[in-house]
Design a protein. Structure first.
Length: 352
């Protein structure tokens, strides 16, 4: 009897621990949304293999979630320090514009060395943009909201100037494969997202860097007194955020091989912030969740597909995003969790 009671208690404690995790409610929302889409659209959950490649709506959702995921991973680190980066959408446009302009002016746009050079140029520009933001925040002590808004506005102008206000298009199969190709049957964007996530997770969780991030976000002054190099760490996360925005821009624009500087990345910074919040990272800084960011990106992509499946006009997609965001945030709020805990305690006391 005692063993059975202990086992029951352990299971209850485990369930309470799981439900209190920051990613629990976003994961529940994702599962519920997938089930609803599966009911509304038979075959939605089917995944097939055609010519050695994976196909299906679930595969499409995962592929489409890679752009917001790449943006959100960088944004997650920035927010962990108590900052924000509003320029990631503009950096997407800059990176893609530089890459495609280089290919457009090259005599061998279809060769692999040229494509690698174009990607390198786009990522180098994105890295420089992140370093610029980091300098404004850490060097000049400008508020992150204002500092990154500068590039948010000016960056798109730079991209427009580079493309001369026109949509730059190229024909380059190797470049197109970055966004629409397959590797071992898996779409390339998913491969790129998985590699980036793995490298970033190892970097922040297997070194002291992640702990330094959290300490800066919780109390920057105390972190500096404790010996954390706050300026270098903060600068680094803005560089990482800019670089990942550049990767997202190239992955996003590669399938069409077209750079529309006026629309590429437009309002994507809001999607990135939403994914971070859905993933359980606090906008106040401190503790962050890279795994939860994956859940948030998948939830966002599934929500966009659900609007189509349920036959709603695409114009109301932002409304559904807001509803899901509010629902998840309310369910995961500390006050609601505390209220639920108190109710469980009162019920347990009443039964005793």
């Amino acid at each position: 009897m005692a063993d059975a009671a202990a086992k029951k208690f352990d299971i209850g404690g485990f369930l309470r621990g799981v439900s209190g995790h920051s990613s629990f409610w976003p994961a529940i929302a994702l599962i519920a949304l997938l089930i609803a889409c599966g009911i509304a659209s038979p075959g939605f959950l089917n995944v097939s293999i055609n010519n050695g490649a994976l196909f299906g709506q679930l595969v499409d959702i995962t592929r489409n979630s890679m752009t917001p995921l790449l943006l959100a991973l960088g944004m997650c680190l920035v927010i962990a320090t108590g900052g924000i980066d509003l320029s990631v959408g503009a950096v997407m446009a800059i990176s893609l514009s530089f890459s495609l302009t280089f290919l457009d002016r090259s005599a061998s746009a279809g060769s692999m060395p040229t494509v690698l050079a174009a990607v390198g140029i786009g990522l180098a520009v994105a890295l420089a943009a992140g370093a610029f933001n980091g300098f404004l925040v850490t060097g000049l002590k400008i508020q992150p909201f204002i500092a990154t808004m500068i590039l948010m506005v000016a960056g798109r102008g730079i991209a427009m100037l580079l493309t001369r206000g026109q949509i730059t298009t190229v024909t380059s199969p190797p470049f197109k494969a970055i966004g629409s190709g397959f590797l071992f049957g898996v779409p390339m964007p998913i491969i790129i997202g998985a590699v980036v996530f793995t490298i970033l997770a190892i970097f922040v969780r297997k070194t002291a860097f992640g702990m330094q991030l959290e300490s800066i976000g919780i109390n920057g002054d105390a972190a500096r007194v404790a010996g954390v190099k706050s300026r270098q760490v903060t600068w680094t996360v803005y560089i990482i955020c800019g670089l990942l925005a550049g990767v997202a821009g190239i992955v996003y624009g590669a399938p069409t091989m077209a750079a529309d500087a006026n629309n590429i990345g437009l309002m994507k910074e809001m999607d990135a912030i939403m994914v971070v919040v859905l993933g359980g990272t606090s906008l106040a800084g401190g503790r962050f969740s890279l795994g939860g960011t994956i859940v948030g990106a998948l939830l966002l992509s599934t929500l966009e597909r659900a609007v189509i499946i349920f036959g709603f006009p695409s114009q109301i997609t932002p409304l559904f995003k807001a509803i899901v965001l509010i629902t998840v945030c309310v369910a995961a709020s500390p006050r609601i969790r505390e209220f639920s805990r108190q109710r469980r305690n009162r019920r347990a006391a009443a039964r005793a």
